[in-house]
Design a protein around this ligand. Structure first.
Ligand code: ZN
Length: 237
């Protein structure tokens, strides 16, 4: 990581809906080992972005994906495009991919699909291939390393958010400080929480079996408490 006094996190977030734990990508493995914070990104779906920074509506089709079986990256403005041969190069694995026929017929430097427009750093898709999957689920992830007053304000904000959720929503609660606690909310009389050590790394499979979760497809609300305000981020995982 390099110093960046002029890096404006909130500007990037306003334009793309993303907040990154880094602002310089490590250029070598050695540099990567020196990163203090893990490489990560928070994305706020449905965020109102300026019209110059994202398509006006969600794209009503499936994304074009890289053909490499272990990659499947999505076509994006950082892909190199050869308009003559109708090929695009995946920036992650450098595979050259053919555009599907309906893209290849119309694409040109003047006529780009939304996902290749350079200013559109983020695109949202409404996937026609995904069937309706039941009620929405929201998991509140709360950083408990905060002053009592701030936590009280946070509790008030969460109460308001709960009133705005659809009635059939599933709601979960995770709090984290030194350890991570996954709270079971189904039984009022007997509060129960799974405690996960904060200084140990658990793989997704391990966490899944630990929590008896068969599959995960939900919204996560990550709530940061700061001295000034509370931010609510909603993520897909
Ligand atoms: Zn790829």
């Amino acid at each position: 990581m390099q110093g960046g006094e002029h890096w404006d996190v909130s500007q990037t977030e306003d334009q793309s809906g993303t907040r990154l734990s880094f602002h310089c990508w490590p250029s070598s493995r050695l540099e990567a080992t020196r990163c203090v914070a893990p490489i990560g990104a928070l994305y706020t779906p449905l965020k109102k972005l300026p019209p110059t920074c994202s398509p006006p509506t969600a794209l009503q089709y499936d994304p074009i994906r890289c053909s490499t079986a272990t990659c499947h990256a999505v076509l994006n403005p950082y892909c190199q495009v050869d308009f003559r041969t109708k090929l695009w190069v995946c920036p992650f694995c450098l595979t050259r991919n053919h555009f599907p026929p309906h893209y290849a017929e119309n694409i040109s430097e003047q006529n780009l699909p939304a996902e290749l427009i350079p200013q559109y750093a983020t695109c949202e898709y409404e996937l026609p291939s995904v069937p309706p999957s039941g009620p929405p689920a929201f998991v509140f992830c709360i950083d408990t390393c905060a002053h009592v007053e701030e936590l009280a304000e946070l509790a008030d904000s969460i109460q308001q958010v709960l009133n705005l959720l659809p009635e059939d929503s599933l709601v979960g609660l995770i709090t984290f400080g030194t350890n991570v606690q996954v709270h079971e909310l189904g039984f009022e009389g007997l509060p129960k929480a799974y405690v996960i050590r904060g200084n140990k790394e658990y793989g997704p499979q391990k966490v899944r079996s630990f929590l008896c979760v068969l599959y995960v497809s939900l919204f996560v609300c990550i709530i940061y408490v700061s001295d000034i305000t509370c931010f609510v981020h909603i993520l897909f995982i």
